[in-house]
Every structure is written in C-alpha cells, then in structure tokens.
Design a protein. Structure first.
Length: 201
C-alpha cells in the first residue's frame, strides 16, 4: 500500500513540476511578446493622438503591470531534500563542469559552462526547483517530491496564470493580436484614449 502511495505521490510531483516548467516558459514568452506589442501600440497611439489633437490627462506609466519577479528559490526544510539537492548537484556538475567537456566543441563547452554556473548558483541558493528542472533536462532521475513541494508548485502555477491573464488583458496585447481588423484596432485605440486622453484643442 505504501509503495502505491509513493508511486502516486511521485507521479503527481512530476506532473506538477512539468506543469510549472510549462507555465514559467509561457510567462517568459508573454513578457517578451508584450514588449514588442507595446512598442507597436505606443507608436500607433502617438500617431492617433496627434492626428486627433489629443493629449494624456495624466502621465501614463511606462509599465502599468505589476509583474512580480519570479521567485524560484524554495527554502529547504528537511535533511532529505538537502541531501537530494547535493546528489543532484554532483550529478549535474559531473556532466557540465569545464574539466569534463574539454574535448567537445567550443559551442558545447560554452553551453555546458553556463549550465554549470546555473547549477552551482542554484545549489548555493538552496534553489531545489532549478536543480530538479536541470535534472529533467539532463535526463537524470529526479528525487521523489513531498506534499509541501507539490502544493507550492500548484500555487505558483496559479500565480503565473494570473500574471499571463493580466498581460493578455492589456490594451497593447489586444491591439496587436494578429487577426485584428483595422476597425477593431481603432476601437481599442478609442477606448484607451477615452480613459487616458483629453481634447487638446
């Protein structure tokens, strides 16, 4: 019975870990894409305001989103997890340390060196999540997770989803949607100006 419970727990842990990896990657995409869309929106907005003799009624913040910095570190609370991280660090370091990759191409050496630095930094900061992710990338066996880790990852996924939804609700994001018609874009521009602009005539 205990083995069955452990298997279910480990499956749930790996699922939560992969889900979190996906949403962290998705958030990075949205943050980068939002910067591009904001540039396009701001340029078109300035032209629209000039042509309609409008000005902002209050200074518009350059960044109106509170995109909280991702906090990847997770306090190590029990000796088992500390030991797991030590073992993972050694395994990853054995594959990424510069001395182990001297015979490889220069590009591979640079990539492995970056991974080694990332691994060492994660170990020094007690960042179990990064070490577990790197273990998956290097096809190493990931230690069994505990309930506390699973709950933390589930909460982090929910938090990231909220940030992504906030990004997708901004004027610049909706304005730059690929399938938007000219009329749709102008409608978004008008709504934005109704909130932030006054007549400059």
């Amino acid at each position: 019975m205990k083995k069955l419970f452990d298997d279910v727990q480990n499956t749930k842990f790996l699922r939560s870990l992969n889900m979190l990896r996906f949403y962290r990657s998705d958030l990075e995409y949205h943050k980068k894409e939002r910067i591009k869309r904001k540039l396009m929106f701001d340029y078109d907005l300035m032209r629209y305001m000039r042509s309609n003799k409008l000005t902002f009624s209050v200074p518009k913040a350059a960044d109106n989103l509170n995109l909280k910095k991702m906090n990847n570190s997770y306090m190590l609370r029990d000796q088992r997890l500390v030991d797991d991280c030590k073992r993972l660090y050694k395994k990853i370091a054995s594959k990424t340390h510069p001395d182990k990759n001297m015979c490889r191409s220069e590009e591979t050496q640079e990539t492995k060196l970056e991974d080694y630095k990332k691994c060492r930094n994660a170990f020094e900061k007690n960042d179990w999540l990064t070490l577990f992710e790197m273990a998956l990338d290097y096809k190493l066996e990931v230690p069994k997770g505990n309930t506390e880790q699973i709950e933390w990852m589930e909460k982090e996924v929910d938090r990231i989803k909220e940030i992504i939804e906030t990004i997708q609700s901004t004027y610049e994001w909706r304005y730059a949607e690929p399938n938007n018609s000219t009329i749709k874009r102008e409608s978004i521009m008008v709504k934005c100006c109704m909130i932030f602009c006054i007549d400059d005539k």
